[in-house]
Design a binder for this molecule. Structure first.
Ligand SMILES: Cc1cc2nc3c(=O)[nH]c(=O)nc-3n(C[C@H](O)[C@H](O)[C@H](O)COP(=O)(O)OP(=O)(O)OC[C@H]3O[C@@H](n4cnc5c(N)ncnc54)[C@H](O)[C@@H]3O)c2cc1C
Length: 501
């Protein structure tokens, strides 16, 4: 297939199919396409048997994982003796960012929204102590300190639905009105973190969102596709797969319909929060490029095998306690004693494609461009022109793909299909804007995340696995411990874990 033929047909090639076509020949690209992935981890573990072993290191606490949860724990433990190990070359996990001299852009989580008074005080206190938010008594609410990163309301979002442009994903009409009427009683009751939600609402976690809606509304496929777009965007799966509580939470946790809710989105996305937390803790105790390979219980605590991927050494660290804030699917290799606790977790893989364009005079856009196309894994893109301090020479479009768990193994093919992925993403956006963006493309970065987002399906929430752990000196944090995949939950999980050891 030559390049021109591909361009003609690319709009109908879905990402899952594209990933399967790894034998595809292509002619290369006039711009670099980089792939960022931790897929080589397995190979590294295997190779590390040859590495020199360094013994004798001892700390009170080891934190596994430098995402939001691990760093929140580190902030709470900052006056204690700890080391935090992160396998990637940068901190952040699913809230990471790319930085070069000229460019900064998010490679995962992109935003957070203002915090109603009913949200958990532990997280609010930490964010306040980091000077991220402050209480505004005249408004009786919390506000972000760096106001310049608030997105202007009129540029917040626009939806492209198979060629039709409108403001909201869920089209105005009687069914939409009835949907929001149905959800009204839950407004103000859906707290964050979810552990604060009143027990009377918890049975909603055992029902699917679609079953809850179906009991009350005359649903149709079109309407479910719109609702499913939203739940996929934040929770990695459609209305059939997420629980009623997760779905209701999505639409009612903030007063979206009655007030303007602050939307905070710096160019580096939620890596902004990572930087604030890392600054608080101090860099020397935070160790990127360190993979925790195995944790063994000992009479005095734990012996932890850590691969230093830069120096190609294995550090044998002893610790009295462990905060485990890495994704739990790998526990079966790292600490098999507790792996069964998380055996029912399901994760949605995600791919984030950053298209770096040359900036032109025509620079008006919407922050979130919600797109419904034949490729249901493609969710649209964020446009850097709506962000403060975005690069003066470039326009960065951050496109998001949420894949079904069944596509995870095909992600190993991204390196061989990267040019087609870049083309296909550019094609989606060209269709939306009605102009070919490829002549102005200068660089493409593809971030691949296999176990990116725990899906809050039926029975997922309100079951903190710390209740059942075998050893009280190892504590679990992270959004994949019975929490919604949201920044506020991740921070809370780190705070709670730190408080337990
Ligand atoms: C594409 C995408 C977009 C998102 N957008 C938003 C958003 O805009 N707003 C929002 O609130 N939420 C968003 N989320 C949800 C986001 O996942 C959470 O808000 C939060 O960042 C999760 O943090 P965490 O620390 O629980 O997990 P993670 O971010 O997954 O962090 C876990 C860390 O542990 C490390 N690790 C794992 N195993 C090991 C090991 N053995 N040794 C060393 N390190 C290890 C990993 O490399 C990773 O850095 C998004 C998620 C995705 C995937």
């Amino acid at each position: 297939m030559n390049r021109r033929d591909f361009i003609k047909t690319s709009s109908i090639v879905t990402l899952p199919l594209l990933l399967k076509s790894c034998g595809w020949q292509d002619e290369g690209q006039p711009f670099p396409v980089h792939v960022h992935s931790d897929a080589g981890t397995g190979h590294l573990v295997y190779q590390s048997d040859q590495y020199e072993r360094i013994t004798g290191e001892s700390v009170e606490v080891v934190i596994v994982g430098g995402g939001i949860a691990g760093l929140a724990a580190a902030c709470k433990l900052k006056d204690r003796d700890f080391l935090l190990f992160e396998l990637s070359s940068t901190l952040g996990g699913t809230s990471s960012a790319y930085r070069s001299e000229e460019l900064t852009f998010a490679q995962g989580a992109h935003y957070d929204m203002g915090y109603p008074k009913s949200y958990g005080s532990e997280v609010l206190d930490l964010l306040e102590s980091l000077n991220i938010i402050s209480y505004q008594p005249w408004k009786e609410e919390w506000g972000f300190t760096d106001q310049e990163h608030l997105v202007m309301h009129r540029r917040k979002n626009q939806c492209y639905d198979h060629g039709e442009i409108r403001k909201e994903v869920i089209k105005a009409g009687r069914l939409r009105d009835r949907f929001f009427e149905l959800l009204k009683p839950y407004q103000g009751q859906m707290h964050l973190p979810t552990r604060l939600i009143d027990a009377k609402y918890r049975p909603l976690d055992r029902l699917s969102f679609v079953d809850f809606l179906g009991k009350n509304l005359d649903l149709n496929d079109q309407f479910l596709a719109w609702v499913g777009y939203h739940t996929k965007d934040d929770y990695g799966a459609d209305a059939h797969a997420v629980s009623a509580l997760a779905g209701i939470h999505y639409f009612t946790c903030r007063p979206y319909n009655s007030e303007i809710v602050e939307l905070f989105s710096p160019p580096e996305g939620n890596h902004y929060f990572i930087n604030k937390m890392a600054d608080r803790v101090g860099g020397d105790r935070l160790k990127p490029n360190h993979l925790v390979k195995h944790i063994t219980e000992t009479p005095n605590g734990f012996r932890i095998e850590v691969i230093d991927t830069i120096n190609q050494q294995v550090r044998m660290v002893t610790a009295k306690k462990v905060v485990y804030a890495g994704q739990k699917h790998a526990l079966k290799y790292i600490f098999p004693e507790d792996a069964s606790l998380f055996a029912n977790n399901r994760y949605a893989p995600w791919m984030v494609v950053n298209l770096v364009l040359e900036r032109s005079a025509d620079n008006w856009g919407y922050w979130q461009n919600e797109m419904l196309t034949r490729d249901e894994t493609f969710l649209g893109f964020i446009d850097s022109t709506t962000q403060h301090k975005a690069s003066p020479r470039h326009r960065v479009l951050t496109a998001y793909y949420c894949l079904p768990p069944s596509s995870r193994n095909d992600l190993v093919n991204v390196e061989t299909t990267k040019n087609q992925i870049a083309e296909s993403t550019a094609q989606h956006i060209s269709n939306y804007w009605g102009k070919d963006i490829r002549p102005t493309l200068r660089q493409v970065d593809i971030k691949v995340m296999g176990h990116a987002m725990p899906i809050p399906g039926k029975g997922y929430l309100f079951d903190d696995k710390n209740q059942y752990r075998k050893n009280s000196n190892i504590v679990y944090a992270g959004v994949d411990n019975s929490r919604l995949p949201l920044l506020f939950e991740a921070v809370d999980s780190g705070i709670i874990a730190a408080g337990m050891i």
